[in-house]
Design a protein around this ligand. Sequence first.
Ligand SMILES: Cc1cc2nc3c(=O)[nH]c(=O)nc-3n(C[C@H](O)[C@H](O)[C@H](O)COP(=O)(O)OP(=O)(O)OC[C@H]3O[C@@H](n4cnc5c(N)ncnc54)[C@H](O)[C@@H]3O)c2cc1C
Ligand SMILES: *[C@@H]1O[C@H](CO)[C@@H](O)[C@H](O)[C@H]1NC(C)=O
Ligand SMILES: *[C@@H]1O[C@H](CO)[C@@H](O)[C@H](O)[C@H]1NC(C)=O
Ligand SMILES: *[C@@H]1O[C@H](CO)[C@@H](O)[C@H](O)[C@H]1NC(C)=O
Ligand SMILES: *[C@@H]1O[C@H](CO)[C@@H](O)[C@H](O)[C@H]1NC(C)=O
Ligand SMILES: *[C@@H]1O[C@H](CO)[C@@H](O)[C@H](O)[C@H]1NC(C)=O
Ligand SMILES: *[C@@H]1O[C@H](CO)[C@@H](O)[C@H](O)[C@H]1NC(C)=O
Length: 573
Amino acid sequence: MENSSPLPSGVLLFLLLNVTVSVAAPTAESVYTSFLPCLTNYAKSPDQVSKIVFAQTNSSFSSVLQAYIRNARFNATSTPKPLLVVTPLEESHVQGAVICARNIGIQLKIRSGGHDYEGISYVSDQPFIILDMFQFRNITVDVQNEVAVVQAGATLGEVYYRIWEKSKVHGFPAGVCPTVGVGGHLSGGGYGNMLRKYGLSVDHVVDAKIIDVKGRILDKEGMGEDLFWAIRGGGGASFGVILSFTVKLVPVPEVVTVYRVAKSLDQNESATALVLQWQQVAPHTDDRLFMRLLLQPVSSKVVKGQKTIRATVIALFLGGADEVVTLMGKEFPALGLSKEDCTEMSWIDSVVWWANFDNTTKPEALLDRDVNTASFLKRKSDYVQKPISKEGLEGIWEKMVELGKTGFVFNPYGGKMSEVSSDATPFPHRAGNLFKIQYSVNWDEPGVELENNFTKQARMLYSYMTPFVSSNPRSAFLNYRDLDIGTNSFGKNSYDEGAVYGVKYFNDNFDRLVKIKTAVDPENFFRNEQSIPTHTGLDTGASKSGAGKLSHFSRYWKLMLDVGGFFILELII
Ligand SMILES: Cc1cc2nc3c(=O)[nH]c(=O)nc-3n(C[C@H](O)[C@H](O)[C@H](O)COP(=O)(O)OP(=O)(O)OC[C@H]3O[C@@H](n4cnc5c(N)ncnc54)[C@H](O)[C@@H]3O)c2cc1C
Ligand SMILES: *[C@@H]1O[C@H](CO)[C@@H](O)[C@H](O)[C@H]1NC(C)=O
Ligand SMILES: *[C@@H]1O[C@H](CO)[C@@H](O)[C@H](O)[C@H]1NC(C)=O
Ligand SMILES: *[C@@H]1O[C@H](CO)[C@@H](O)[C@H](O)[C@H]1NC(C)=O
Ligand SMILES: *[C@@H]1O[C@H](CO)[C@@H](O)[C@H](O)[C@H]1NC(C)=O
Ligand SMILES: *[C@@H]1O[C@H](CO)[C@@H](O)[C@H](O)[C@H]1NC(C)=O
Ligand SMILES: *[C@@H]1O[C@H](CO)[C@@H](O)[C@H](O)[C@H]1NC(C)=O
């Protein structure tokens, strides 16, 4: 078979690929001139189209692009820029954008709140268009039925505020940072400080509206159970454009309690005792209590010029201060919690408090989107399934001090998280996980060398943590996007490549996501660096890698045919 072509296949492929690239490489101008009339054709109100398409030459292009960049690493002149930014105002604009991008054969990146830690909603190595959903921000709260319809471009702060406007005893379990977008957050799982009581955001999604690769608008009934399952944690961007989610509200008490207690290692090792006991208590205590633990290398106040580790417990209790002080006295004496450490407040004020605003800030601050600044940052994630020993912790402190800047956020699981089965949604990290680790390093100056230093530092700490965290797979949280754990190569997107990161994010749920992806987007239009690959060989009973090889082989011949067709076409022209 390999000898059936007149030229050695490698040479032929090389020739043909060169021809294709020179023909197909889109320019900003050619894309603009073909995209605009196409979109106009699909828009219900065509007169608006000229107002929603920003070419690179447009004087507003940079400000529109930068408005939802939330990681300064991807705000550099060297960061690849989209050929167009499209900012739809109505559903038909989204439908048109999908169909037209597909017709032109250009990659479409979807952005809602822009908080992706690796910037993959607005950066690509390949020519691309951004579909920026920030104008889709309507929120309709129905207290009677305890549901809300939230559009993808709404922020979490807006969601919390609009619920609070209507009811003081309802809330929604989602992320802590108010500018995070609904589109990425909910489709990637979504968790916050009510996780132990109510689980993930996706555990409360009851309907959704999505635009598929054919430009169809589908609700839960229209898309079917499989696709509806996939977009609740599998990452929306592999499957279509999320327009909105319908979510069930949850009850919150009129008074909640927050506290923040910090201890340093240089104060008599109390930090180690605190963390040891935290591991025993935080994942098992009353599920109304969420105690996040921050661990940071800081300057010692005891020995000048030295670094030490500071452990900070930040808590939300869905109840009063007396109750939680009594509970902590019994379960967590190493914390030393007193009533003075606690503040009682309304749930919405606790949202403001958790967002680190000062204590005079009004809830209206949650509506502020105009935060056009961000640090340079790198994040990674891990799951811990057995408590880390005293010796283990001491080694970790030493490593953190040595590296100097990378910190941890430990987020306790248990409670509701252990009650939901691991295949109820694509998010698999349920029972058996004590806590999730976020690796966190921020810096304030641009530059390749600094970036390399700090990302390397985070990777070294990640490597050091290997014996303490989950293995086979070493699990990761999709919303803590980390391209270090694997990416697919453009135009290949094989099952085997996808499985490298896919199994870490989704464990046993990965194969079901692949099957759904293959059914709803067989041409793999909706793709990014870590999207779900298509693969038709999953049901054949062949071994995974065997099936993967077969697929590579047939893809190769398909490519040869496609490219050959192009070549012949070129000769005719
Ligand atoms: C400061 C900060 C705080 C955070 N805090 C939390 C937290 O408390 N809890 C938590 O779980 N996570 C948290 N995250 C992570 C956050 O949930 C994810 O980055 C999430 O994906 C962001 O959603 P977005 O819409 O803002 O991001 P975007 O960058 O716009 O999108 C993220 C991904 O989703 C895709 N996507 C976006 N919109 C759509 C859509 N409409 N349809 C289909 N695909 C879409 C994008 O293409 C991309 O792949 C935080 C991130 C930051 C930067
Ligand atoms: C920039 O793009 C916007 C939106 O398409 C449009 O309204 C505006 O006229 C453009 N401005 C220039 C200078 O081209
Ligand atoms: C991006 O850079 C521009 C200047 O080029 C700056 O005004 C803006 O604040 C930056 N945004 C982020 C998120 O870094
Ligand atoms: C949001 O709601 C307003 C008022 O009902 C409506 O005019 C607008 O079209 C809606 N926006 C979107 C993107 O659905
Ligand atoms: C350290 O602990 C010892 C014994 O628990 C105590 O006597 C001492 O006062 C502590 N020192 C500091 C600085 O807290
Ligand atoms: C707010 O913070 C200030 C300064 O940190 C403090 O003095 C004040 O007591 C706080 N007020 C409330 C209501 O907590
Ligand atoms: C990066 O790290 C190296 C080695 O630790 C150090 O020598 C160098 O000064 C650092 N560069 C910057 C810009 O911080």
